[in-house]
Design a protein around this ligand. Structure first.
Ligand SMILES: Cc1ncc(COP(=O)(O)O)c(C=O)c1O
Length: 401
């Protein structure tokens, strides 16, 4: 197929739900993507947070190749060694409990929402079952009806009314608003440790501690959406570890499968009995292939010491951006955790994004004016230096423009 034929086929046969850039990638290795014409790109937003271990990591490829030759899928009415090992590994890396496997972040959050309904029925208020979940403004939890209802941004909800009832949104990092929003109907508090799509907003220590304390005092579930922050992205395997607390429920997806679609919800042991046979399920959930890829991903993160590299390279990039902030007035704020970095501008970010892309650097721009930069955890310093050079040139052009 020629490039034109591919674009034409999309026009004719694929829903235009995504804004696509006119490029066709055919190869990926680490932080480098190669397009059909042989042009190389530095990918500093690999797979929208999927490819934390870089494109085609040898450990993930070996795991997938090995499994593909043996057995790709068996349904969940049978046992499977990979799923068993993966559930144990997730627990070993986080906290004791039980895992439900699914295929995406939205589904992991959907599972958590359903789980909190069970919790609210099992531990009701004197007034009756509790069902309300407090989430935060600017959050993003996915695109299913439950997940868009949880999401605190109307732009993702427009056109899909009526939403699922039972969600209350409070400003992120606002402890007083959080406390005030709790009623006898409240069953859970749910948020991302670092809001990704919402603009790379890092939860303050105070907010996280207050949320944990309120959940303990009022018998609520603390649900952390680690779909984007999980799997080493912030320099810890899971972002909650920066805060010295533990959630009751954690949702994962994106980077868990190293590029293959898998999601997971982990609920702590003291409530895990609530999800019983037949209550929830999905046919693909945690099949042998995706579970093996996830095991390969954990191995890659450990063997290549990616958490350490993430912390070092994250600090280096933040410092470089802060230096740039001295020279470019329109850089309003530089923030982030590990290699999840946001550069908030006082101008539109699209021009910067376009210029970076034209010069072979892939980043993301969210909320119109926040550059979101999330290179692979094994990114090399010289790749960062090259990316910073491209960004600096784009900033310089923006000044002239
Ligand atoms: C924090 C968070 N939660 C949930 C989701 C939804 O994940 P998925 O697109 O796999 O459904 C995303 C996706 O960007 C996300 O960033």
């Amino acid at each position: 197929m020629t490039k034109k034929e591919i674009f034409d086929n999309y026009d004719q046969f694929v829903f235009p739900t995504y804004t696509r850039l006119p490029v066709i990638f055919v190869k990926g290795k680490g932080s480098i993507l190669t397009d059909v014409d042989g042009k190389k790109y530095l990918d500093f937003f690999p797979g929208w947070g999927i490819s934390n271990v870089g494109h085609c990591h040898p450990k993930v490829m070996a795991a997938v190749r090995d499994q593909v030759g043996k057995l790709i899928h068996i349904p969940n009415n049978f046992f499977g060694a990979n799923q068993a090992r993966l559930a144990k590994e997730i627990v070993r890396q986080s906290f004791d409990g039980k895992v439900f496997f699914c295929n995406s972040g939205a589904e992991a959050n959907e599972a958590a929402i359903k789980f909190s309904r069970l919790f609210g029925a099992a531990f009701p208020a004197p007034e009756g079952a509790r069902f309300e979940i407090i989430t935060t403004l600017n959050s993003f939890h996915g695109r299913t009806m439950g997940a868009i209802s949880a999401t605190g941004q109307t732009k993702h909800q427009k056109g899909f009314s009526p939403l699922v009832p039972g969600f209350v949104h409070v400003p992120f990092n606002d402890i007083e608003a959080l406390r005030a929003a709790i009623t006898p109907r409240t069953v859970a508090i749910m948020f991302e440790p670092v809001q990704g799509e919402g603009g790379v907003n890092v939860a303050s220590q105070e907010f996280m501690q207050a949320a944990r304390k309120l959940c303990d005092e009022r018998k609520l579930l603390l649900i952390l959406d680690e779909v984007q922050t999980g799997m080493g992205r912030t320099g810890e395997m899971f972002a909650y570890k920066h805060y010295g607390i533990q959630p009751d429920v954690m949702t994962l997806a994106k980077a868990l499968g190293g590029g293959l679609p898998i999601g997971a919800m982990l609920a702590c042991r003291k409530v895990s009995h609530l999800l019983q046979p037949g209550m929830h399920g999905t046919t693909f959930g945690g099949n042998p292939l995706v579970a093996k890829a996830a095991l390969g991903t954990f191995e890659a993160i450990h063997k290549d010491k990616m958490l350490k590299n993430c912390r070092l390279m994250g600090a280096y990039m933040l410092e470089r951006f802060r230096q740039m902030q001295q020279r470019f007035d329109f850089i309003r704020e530089v923030r982030g955790l590990g290699l999840m970095i946001g550069v908030e501008l006082s101008i539109e970010g699209k021009g910067i994004f376009d210029e970076c892309f034209a010069n072979g650097l892939i980043i993301n721009c969210t909320q119109g004016n926040v550059l979101r930069i999330m290179p692979a955890l094994n990114v090399k310093r010289k790749e960062i230096d090259k990316a910073m050079g491209i960004l600096e040139a784009a900033f310089t052009h923006a000044v002239k423009a």
